[in-house]
Design a protein around this ligand. Sequence first.
Ligand code: AMO
Length: 426
Amino acid sequence: MKFKKTHDIDQISISLEGKQVVIGGWVEDLRKLGKMSFLTVRDVTGLAQIIVKDIALPEDLTRQTVIMVQGVVQGTKARDFAYEIKAEAIDILTKAVHPLPIDPIGRLESNIDNRLNSRALDLRNQRVAAIFKIRSTVLASLRKTFLEKRFIEITTPKIIGSASEGGANLFSLEYFGKKAYLAQSPQLYKEQMTIGLERVFEIASFYRAEKSHTGRHLSEFTSIDLEAAFMDYTDVIQILEDLVVQVFKDVIANCQTELAILERKLEVPKTPFDRITYSQIISELSQKGIDLKFGDDLMDSHLKLVGESHPGLFFLLDWPMSLKPFYIHPRDDDPKISRSFDLQYGYLELSSGGRRLHDPSTLKARIAEQGLDPASFEDHLRAFDWGMPPHSGWGMGLDRLMTVIIGTDNVREVVLYPRDPERLSP
Ligand code: AMO
């Protein structure tokens, strides 16, 4: 690099007229008009017009080549720009080799597979970059709210020795001669952490070996997890509602440019979100001619119908115990009903959670009842003899939340390098 970059493009304005600046970026467009050339150069913050007049334009300057431009800020007649930079020197840093696998400006549409195969280049498309800038704002917003509510951020292991939730959806791997698994959730660890830290959260990747080919399932997804001592499921439901509303507010406040690029009009969801019980849903479905008994799971086709009558955000509460994992607590007034919930966006499940069993003997009985091997929960169960407080929590898929914010039905759009049964690279 011959020059030292002085400004991001959005830090330059006509108030710097006559001043020398150095920018670094990628050639987006290139037009020659007689002895003059116009370049547009983009960095992560914006697009600048460069006028090349008194110096020679480097030969073979291809689109997407990385350059640094030293020049002087001046006024412009161009409609789309508030200033231009008259180039004094151009330093070519790395040439982009053509033909490029996709059109990074998005003038020519590429299918999602080609785009994902060239993801780094895909990010030069402003619509795609906007999605990941919004994702960063969402993460910052979540952390801010968790910390304000006095939660402590934790990091739990992703390589584990036995299944955390039971079930068969685990990736296994060889671990120094032993069998290990990739964690499908931080469930057991986050529960244990309520002993020492009381209120915890984690935002991390987890792994599900499900052969699902849908717009909402990935083999590796980002989970936002919360667990809190001395709270019931209604308390953590309220925290989840506050958190989601704050995310919308922060995205609206901080991502106007990105939302405009995406042509996305986002509104703060109305509160309180509806709280609808499983039994209510069963009777709604029966009015639509679907006859389900208490204890039947809601299949995709049922959830689609539910989503038609409840298109926005709502909590689906009080699922039958028989449909819930071993750690979920029953209601005192009816032990067949659990203190559990899902957060739905129409038919899409964004989060699930509930009050947990904290009494070791009840928990052991539930593990056996569900046909799980108590031996594989030995380490976990020991902690329940050390003063386990009553606690509740939930897990929410960040990627699914992002699809709601962006307005897409494919989770692959909001994950940089999605992993699914067909996709392991790049
Ligand atoms: P659950 O299995 O329902 O609950 O997962 C919680 C949330 O994580 C997201 N999610 C996924 N997102 C993308 N691809 C997947 N394959 C995938 N699987 C799950 C969903 C889902 O609602 N331990 C409990 C949570 C708890 O009770 O605290 C759990 O993992 O948005």
